[in-house]
Design a protein around this ligand. Sequence first.
Ligand code: AMP
Ligand code: ZN
Length: 502
Amino acid sequence: MTTALHIYHSITRQKELFIPETPGFIGMYVCGPTVYNDVHLGNCRTFVSFDIIYRYLQTIGYQVRYVRNITDVGHLLDDGEDRMSKGARLEKKEPMEVAQKYTVGFHNMMRIFQTLPPSIEPRATGHIPEQIEMVETILKNGLAYIKNGSVYFDTQKYIDNKGDYGVLSGRKIDELLSETRDNLKNQSEKNHPADFAIWMKASDEHIMRWNSPWGIGFPGWHLECSAMSLKYLGEVFDIHGGGNDLKFPHHENEIAQNMGSCQCKGAKYWLHTNMLLLNGKKMSKSDGNTISPEQLFIGNSEHISKSYSPMVVKFFMLQCHYRSTLDLTDAALLAAEKGYKRLMEAYKWIQSVNHPGTKGDAGQDADIEALIEAAHLDMADDFNTPKALSRLFELVNKLNSLKDKHIGWDQISPATFENIKQVFSLFINDIFAVDSDVEGDLSGNQDKSLLDGLMNLIIQMRNDARLRKDWATADLIRDALKENKVELKDGKDGSSWQVTES
Ligand code: AMP
Ligand code: ZN
């Protein structure tokens, strides 16, 4: 921990010197996914960004407790329906079945992107008593009120008691009003439109329900993160993260709940990642401007000309700072693929050669050492991955000159050569973790041809069944594929397949 770490704090809106609450230790909480459908690429960008931060903090010597929750109750849609219940209704499943299915899918995707599991991954439904207790404390502190079996946080009382509502989103309460999405149906129950539900009465048809001192209901979405961060990280912890779409109302309300219950501010530093765009526009399923990670990996989308391997996609994410919007285009992915290949080829080469032992050139050595130092400083400067990558590419240029004999071994000392090896290994394996495609086909075409082969086999089996007039088997195959989001189209030239979005 020799370098001072600076991180951009969303509340002060500037880079701050990072001072952990307990020297040597870091508590970090990141809002995890709402597991009611497949994880999308935007989610992946946010979780990859925090994985890099988690990894980096460990490489500079911190012991990090990284808590990332699973939201499996309470996150409502604009019409007031619980996202999990909606998922369950659409799929004719128990909400817990839906949660399980998409949690497994999420973990799988996180593995594909080579991210580490968090230290603790608490589920909202596993922490109902903690959430009820927090509601009771807020009520006891006079900062909430009960209406018809629901409990609302009293933002006006909070403000009267010098609570800084709007501290994170930096907006006036009136501007925030129209955006509250916790339960539009119940707006009339609130004393003030800015108040938000911390416990909601469950209607008869609501599937997710628990007993509480206020009747049968379920917790408000914002409450889980306050309750679980308090339980696992304490009243004050170091870092809280999420995508910047969560600043309001989710994180603003989390702060109010923390202050309203234990009079503690929770996180010392708030970090927010920026959004992933597709061809310059917000990703949106409704207007077709969307692409799933799977579609990217197998090259099955109108938005791309070919498949891209997971590590190329991850490298593409790293080329952009986490606080900037990232625009996914085919051209940018093609460029990222070239860059990734170049980096990995240099990495492979340096691992395979040994320095002959000749003395180096002091000027050249100093240049290289300065680049290595700069890459470390870039990461300490609010986790600037694109800048650190650019230093690695300057080192790649040096290595290629050496490899192509434009400069001789006498230009770089053995110690400096060893330092290049180490810095490559540190970034590529430990911090960025983009090493896994090295052995395979870097373009991901190997996976695609395997998939094509398997799909041809399945289509052949179905055709055989149809020829035998075994309609049950033919339908079973089509339906099973559909379950896995693969749609078969039967035409006069045979059957073709495509991956669907939902
Ligand atoms: P959700 O499952 O919707 O609660 O989102 C999980 C995480 O992904 C949150 O931190 C969101 O802020 C983040 N997120 C959602 N959409 C995007 C996007 N397009 N780009 C980056 N992060 C996103
Ligand atoms: Zn949260």
